[in-house]
Unconditional design. Sequence first.
Length: 309
Amino acid sequence: MTHMADIPLAAKPIDRAAHYRLDAAWQRAALTSPETLFFLMREGEPLMNAAGGLVWLGPHALKLSPIEGPLFLGVDKTGTPIFALDMSARFQLEGAPIDGLGEFVDARHAFGALRALEANLASTARSLFEWHRHHGFCARCGAKSVSVEAGWKRQCEACRGEHFPRTDPVAIMLAVKGDRCLLGRQASWPKGFYSCLAGFVEPGETVEQAAARELEEEAGIQADWQSARYLFGQPWPFPSSLMVGVILQAETEEITIDAKEIEEAKWFSRSEVQSILEGQHPVIYAPPEMAIAHHIMKVWAYEDPGSEA
Ligand SMILES: [Zn+2]
């Protein structure tokens, strides 16, 4: 049975210990303690060792000149503080004191390989650092802003405006009707790859309403948004989405795609989806286990939560 605590990138979240973000004395002590752990990111990619884990460093990592101050991610089960450092694109491992400890690894590959806690930490850092890199100036007055509260806020030096990191909710839905579900594909995806439909929640609507609207816009299928049932969520750091997985009951079957959004949408039987998930389908394949879509499809294919209609 798929449990919300098992969804990749969401599993094993750290204790964020947010009260320390405002505690300058605690941070000063933590940043000099030999117990404190640091890991590096560069352009959204974590530094990983040959064994497939994060490279853990001590406070000497601060001497590597990260872009801004360290990002405090929380404390682990033993109370050890954990920070991430964002290195500039110019930072080269070759010749650095940490040369030989690991390599910066493509984020999608890394998050699929890291163990749950490390994947959660690195994906959180990726989202936050991406936000910092693109919010160097105040959205109110245009002056320079600086990272404060251990990396969880930016403050404008001119108007004192406060800016907080974004998380953009995305409704990712499996529309079902009887023993079939709807999957679609975008033109840019690899041949044979199908997934759940998805779209950003807009201001003024709920996740359920967004799911039903996107379904109609992209595939021409109507559904009562009140039939949407929440399954689980997943933070998705590309760059900063919150995927909200729902199953909703389709009321119509005729597909009319919006070619600007998707290339194709098709109904699949439960047994077809099972064979797709098991890698047995001759031509169609599904998102990998790291993606929430995989788990939404799996829940429906094997646990049938949408059969209340
Ligand atoms: Zn300002």
